[in-house]
Design a protein around this ligand. Structure first.
Ligand SMILES: [Zn+2]
Length: 304
């Protein structure tokens, strides 16, 4: 910890240093310390409502509302947080944690609040938003509970492990991926992989065929067109039609998705229900992996 951050309860002066990774870790650490001394243990998933008790200002309520994105209304004696009704439960949770992060970082960083408007001295508002997003996911997924991916056997489905993290901590799968990537060691295992989340739709009401469209990706190489559709018969497609069987589908195949092209070991896991059915696909170099399709999950609870 650098000299700019003091381990006591006095507000940190960041006028000279701005927000750094260290400060984000410190402020989240303070919240977690107070959480543990209040509750005695982690309650899974961590409720955002519980985190509000450890904010530097009073948070009156977190309310679902017809807003397009999360919003904080500051009053003379505290704040109210509004969360979009259109979001699913896990997205509401990360959105609410993001808004709490605004309150936390506003308190500890050189930020001006004018009415409902927040002006940050970060390099740009986009950077400040990324800090809030990261602070939110750090608050919801404590470091001690992340899987030790660096020790994971190559036979275990990375996609399945990621989905277990998301389920356990009640966050969207992309948030779980970003949280693992926040880790220098564990993130290393994912950093060289290409990862895509696909939305699954039934083609017609009574058809067994479905349509998969790319909705999120963490692909460092290549351009993935938004809404890129999955090829019929591909490993990702097979995972989609086995939705709900708690299996993943893996194997080596030729991939042509935008500029992500070549021979990859593909590991595709279905998850979600109702209109939130999705498939998570991890693409990696095909060197070290076996090739059984429809392999039963080997990632048991104690391996993560
Ligand atoms: Zn924000």
């Amino acid at each position: 910890m650098s000299g700019s951050v003091q381990a006591n309860n006095t507000p940190i002066s960041l006028d000279s240093v701005g927000i750094t990774e260290e400060v984000i870790k410190y402020t989240v650490g303070e919240v977690h310390t107070r959480y543990l001394s209040s509750f005695g243990e982690w309650k899974l998933p961590i409720l955002v409502q519980d985190l509000t008790k450890f904010m530097p200002i009073r948070v009156h309520e977190i309310r679902v509302s017809d807003v397009p994105k999360g919003k904080i209304i500051f009053g003379p004696d505290g704040a109210s947080i509004l969360i979009p009704r259109a979001f699913c439960r896990v997205r509401r949770r990360i959105e609410a944690a993001h808004e709490l992060a605004h309150i936390l970082l506003n308190h500890y960083s050189p930020v001006q609040i004018q009415g409902n408007r927040t002006t940050s001295y970060a390099e740009s508002l986009d950077v400040f938003e990324e800090w809030c997003e990261k602070t939110g996911r750090l608050m919801l997924i404590p470091e001690a509970f992340l899987p030790r991916l660096e020790n994971l056997s190559t036979e275990v489905s990375l996609g399945y492990v990621i989905i277990q993290v998301a389920r356990r901590w009640g966050v969207p799968v992309p948030t779980a991926i970003m949280r693992i990537l926040d880790q220098p060691m564990a993130g290393e295992k994912l950093r060289t992989k290409q990862i895509i989340v696909w939305d699954v739709e039934n083609e017609t009401a009574n058809s067994s065929q479905c349509l998969l469209k790319a909705s999120w990706h963490a692909c460092r190489i290549g351009f993935i067109p938004h809404q890129n559709k999955v090829r019929l018969g591909s490993i990702t497609y097979k995972a989609a039609v086995h939705m709900g069987t708690d299996r993943y589908v893996c194997g080596v195949e030729e991939v042509k998705i935008g500029s992500l092209q070549g021979i990859f070991y593909v590991d595709a896991c279905p998850y979600g229900i109702g209109r939130y059915k999705r498939v998570l696909t991890v693409f990696r170099e095909p060197d070290c992996c076996v090739d059984p399709l429809f392999k039963k999950n080997t990632a048991s609870g104690d391996t993560i």
